[in-house]
Design a protein around this ligand. Structure first.
Ligand code: PGA
Length: 257
């Protein structure tokens, strides 16, 4: 039995009111047929709203098993870092996860593996589980470099922060070419890559990580992805912004465990 994690990355979407409406719809949808008693899930569900909506989303989810994460944090705890949000601030809000090293931040904020590793250290020190994103570009896949690219992202991370930091992360394999494109990796492609990444961590660092797949996950491919032996769940972007599609993905996970 595997503990599947379904995490929603809302990116830079939703006002506070829209965020509250979305979580209410998610709860309502998951409760279908069970109106009394606590909401029970067979998998771990996380939603990652923008910073501005976290407080209200956490309030809405108080009586549910759904966890809340942020989409980034700073590597320092406090100080003169205009515009930044720290891990202690996220812990104070009630977050339990934080997405780190998303390809959009690697691209737009030039985040390096060593910076991401420092952020992960800060997150872990403040009781947050990092969802560490790695992934290759299309030209790298086409040249057959996928496994080498992922191994070097992981190795640079470990060089900067050590093995225990990596071991405390949930890894999200997100091929850059599959994010927001509607062109997901096939379950077989994703399985092959997850297997290689797992073998790399086992051989070099002696542990088997939790690895989620991300990149155009939808209600149509979730079940086939989740039944692959090395896929432990999904990081979902676009489809997490609609309660119906996000809940279908959660139900796909619930039906497997
Ligand atoms: P997508 O995004 O599901 O919209 O492809 C995934 C992500 O960026 O985490």
């Amino acid at each position: 039995m595997k503990d599947i994690i379904v995490a929603g990355n809302w990116k830079m979407n939703t006002s506070q009111d829209e965020a509250v409406m979305l979580v209410r719809e998610i709860i309502q949808n998951l409760r279908k047929g069970v109106n009394q008693g606590p909401l029970l899930l067979n998998c771990t569900v996380v939603v990652c709203p923008p910073f501005t909506a976290i407080h209200r989303v956490i309030h809405e989810l108080q009586e549910t098993p759904i966890a809340v994460g942020a989409q980034n944090c700073h590597h320092d705890n406090h100080g003169a870092f205009t515009g930044e949000v720290s891990a202690p601030m996220l812990q104070d809000l009630g977050c339990s996860y934080v997405i780190l090293g998303h390809s959009e931040r690697r691209r737009d904020a030039q985040e390096s593996n060593s910076l991401i590793a420092k952020k992960a250290e800060a997150a872990i020190a403040n009781a947050l589980t990092p969802i560490l994103c790695v992934g290759e570009h299309l030209h790298q896949r086409e040249k057959g470099e996928t496994n080498v690219v992922l191994a070097s992202q992981i190795d640079e991370f470990v060089s900067a922060s050590g093995k225990p930091t990596l071991a405390a992360c949930v890894i999200a394999y997100e091929p850059v070419w599959a994010i927001g494109t509607g062109k997901a990796a096939t379950p077989e492609q994703a399985q092959e890559t997850h297997h290689s990444l797992r073998q790399h961590c086992l051989a070099k660092y002696g542990f088997s990580p939790v690895i989620l797949y991300g990149g155009s996950v939808s209600e149509n491919n979730a079940h086939d992805l989740f039944t692959q032996p090395d896929i432990c769940g999904a990081l979902v972007g676009g489809a997490s912004l609609q309660a119906a599609s996000f809940c279908s993905i959660i139900n796909a996970a619930n039906s497997i465990v």
